[in-house]
Design a binder for this molecule. Structure first.
Ligand SMILES: *[C@@H]1O[C@H](CO)[C@@H](O)[C@H](O)[C@H]1NC(C)=O
Ligand SMILES: *[C@@H]1O[C@H](CO)[C@@H](O)[C@H](O)[C@H]1NC(C)=O
Ligand SMILES: *[C@@H]1O[C@H](CO)[C@@H](O)[C@H](O)[C@H]1NC(C)=O
Ligand SMILES: CC(=O)N[C@H]1CO[C@H](CO)[C@@H](O)[C@@H]1O
Length: 584
């Protein structure tokens, strides 16, 4: 038996070997582990045929742009056949491409060109539900035997006045009852999102097999991965454990909410069920089988708005396989316009702390559902947030337009398309929930429809101010968000950012800084989230001293590349953000 002191010594030695020195870092990395993913909202990226709606050939024609800004993978919003009640998040045929976006041949062309440019293509997938126009749902509605059990069907109640009532109190995340009556079947179907998005029944093994077939089908076409969207909604509680009826969800008691609001209920029976992780593990095996066969990793990404412990469970636990990239929403959900440097540090640390030690982190600040950085925080902070996303360890995900600091567009009620907003029936307050402002056409230039389309009308209006805020303008400017973004993606190839470690500090309430280093190559990224001038001493970081050289500076900074700043005294203007490199 070793004495306790020996045990302590052994533990200490092991820790020093594992974590003490960068020389021991595993330098082999798969293509996705530190890749930049560029998220394209297909409808609004580039319209090639002049119908006012973005399409696949449009993307193909602009793939060089992704290369130019240093993106390594394009992540496309759903392109499958859909009646577009929820703009592709309501799929009616998972094997076919939406005709207004293009044909299967167009998609093959996209893959071919992406391959030539070494850009990976990943597709958004929606496993929770189909469109109500899916053949599966129509057959299920008429109780056709094979499909009868593919959706969540339930009898309603008859009220005192003889009126029909839904099976229970569940609310859709788009508001109002999550149950809709189908006269064809004389039963209610569950829809956790829109009325036109009936939930699939994952307790039916045939449904799971079909989903696996679809995943295989697209991976074999040569795509590099799929995102399992809203994956934490796929299971509802097992009603057999509740006497054959789905139980009511408890009321949150949050003030000011009506029984039609999603926040009215605690979603204990419709979200985050344990069976989800088992399903993810099964689906992951489909990805792995093809990856091994073709010697090219196909990644499974997962999207779940949930608490952090549930979120990181998607990494897998050694028994169940997990997702390669469980999306990390801390920079969205933990922050708002009142956040300061301490909140930023807390958010970053939270993900790093909860995620399994050896797994890759990922960072994002937005998507087609969330207000843009320039609007949610302020335009002056666009570069700082791009520095966070691109220089923190792991995978970087950019929603299209963040690289140029796009603002939320203004979409009046008369032109509103988002079902979430239309469901409010409220021409004033719809603006609080509408997702249209973050989906306005991408501004390529100051030409017609900001270069997005030759149509007379685009599906959503072009955002105001795009005469100035567009790619062409920022490309030719000496200083612009676009230029900063490119400089940042260029830096990512350096070992300090690919493999290096992370240390972060809130130097005061306004200034957040983090250090990335590998061997002797050390960088400090420092950003003033405040509105006043600040001076900070970066020697608070271990082994940071002497002179620091500016690698990248935010658009409004007075610093330029190669300027020298003493580590002991770094003065920062309001909103200024800098990437600094320690002089050897
Ligand atoms: C699907 O739902 C939409 C929205 O409620 C409705 O307009 C449409 O008629 C439905 N289609 C079918 C086939 O049930
Ligand atoms: C698989 O791919 C990797 C890198 O892409 C390569 O180094 C390796 O030799 C390949 N293995 C086989 C068996 O082809
Ligand atoms: C920065 O901090 C170091 C270490 O505490 C100190 O020696 C140095 O004087 C400080 N520099 C300035 C300019 O205050
Ligand atoms: C971020 C994201 O992908 N959000 C989607 C989640 O799923 C719902 C319903 O399918 C969509 O409406 C969201 O846009």
């Amino acid at each position: 038996m070793l004495s306790p002191m020996w045990n302590i010594l052994i533990v200490f030695v092991t820790i020093s070997v594992a974590y003490g020195k960068n020389d021991h870092v595993d330098l082999t990395q798969d293509w996705w582990e530190t890749a930049v993913f560029y998220r394209i909202y297909v409808r609004s990226f580039m319209d090639s045929d002049g119908d006012g709606v973005g399409d696949i050939n449009g993307i193909t024609s602009r793939l060089e742009y992704l290369k130019e800004i240093g993106a390594e993978a394009a992540w496309l919003s759903p392109i499958f056949k859909s009646p577009m009640n929820d703009f592709g998040y309501d799929i009616s045929d998972f094997y076919t491409i939406q005709p207004e976006y293009g044909s299967n041949d167009d998609f093959e062309q996209l893959l071919k060109k992406a391959n030539e440019l070494n850009i990976k293509i990943v597709l958004d997938f929606v496993p929770n539900h189909t469109s109500n126009e899916s053949e599966w749902f129509i057959k299920s509605s008429s109780r056709e035997e094979y499909y009868s059990d593919w959706y969540i069907w339930e009898n309603g109640h008859i009220g005192h006045a003889g009126e029909r009532q839904p099976p229970n109190n569940w609310v859709s995340s788009f508001g109002k009852s999550a149950w809709s009556y189908s006269p064809a079947r004389d039963q209610y179907y569950l829809h956790q999102f829109g009325v036109a998005q009936p939930d699939l029944n994952y307790r039916n093994p045939v449904v799971v097999d079909e989903i696996k077939n679809i995943i295989k089908f697209w991976l074999e076409k040569g795509i590099a991965g799929l995102i399992m969207n809203s994956v934490n909604h796929v299971f509802e509680v097992d009603k057999d454990n509740y006497g054959g009826h789905y139980p009511d969800e408890p009321i949150t008691g949050k003030p000011g909410l009506s029984p039609d609001d999603y926040g009215y209920l605690e979603h204990v029976y419709t979200k985050d069920q344990e069976e989800t992780y088992e399903l993810v593990s099964q689906l992951r095996e489909v990805f792995d089988a093809i990856s091994i066969r073709d010697n090219m990793t196909r990644i499974m990404m997962t999207n779940a708005y949930t608490n952090i412990k549930n979120a990181v469970k998607y990494y897998g636990d050694g028994i169940l396989y997990g997702s390669h990239v469980p999306l990390n929403f801390v920079l969205i959900e933990d922050l708002d316009k009142y956040s300061d440097a301490r909140d930023i540090k807390y958010a970053v640390d939270r993900w790093i702390t909860y995620k399994p030690l050896r797994k890759q982190a990922n960072w994002l600040t937005g998507d087609h559902d969330r207000s843009r950085v320039a609007s949610r925080f302020r335009p002056e902070l666009v570069d700082a947030f791009n520095m966070l996303v691109l220089l923190l360890p792991g995978i970087a995900i950019t929603y299209m337009g963040e690289e140029i600091g796009m603002l939320d567009g203004f979409v009046p009620w008369s032109e509103t398309k988002d079902p979430l907003a239309c469901n409010t029936d409220d021409p004033v307050n719809f603006i609080e929930v509408s997702r249209d402002p973050v989906r306005t056409p991408f501004p390529w230039s100051n030409g017609k429809n900001s270069g997005f389309s030759m149509a007379d009308r685009t599906w959503l209006p072009v955002g105001e101010g795009s005469e100035h805020l567009n790619v062409a303008h920022q490309r030719s400017a000496v200083r612009s968000h676009y230029q900063v973004y490119r400089a940042l993606t260029n830096l990512r190839v350096r070992a300090a950012f690919k493999y290096g470690r992370l240390e972060s500090l809130a130097l005061n309430n306004d200034v957040f800084a983090f250090k990335r280093w590998h061997n002797d190559d050390t960088y400090v990224i420092v950003m003033n989230f405040g509105r006043t001038y600040q001076v900070v001493n970066l020697t608070s970081f271990d082994l940071v001293f002497g002179q620091l050289e500016v690698e990248v500076s935010s658009v409004l900074s007075s610093r330029t590349y190669n300027d020298n700043i003493p580590a002991g005294s770094v003065d920062l203007a309001a909103n200024e953000a800098l990437v600094l490199r320690m002089q050897a």
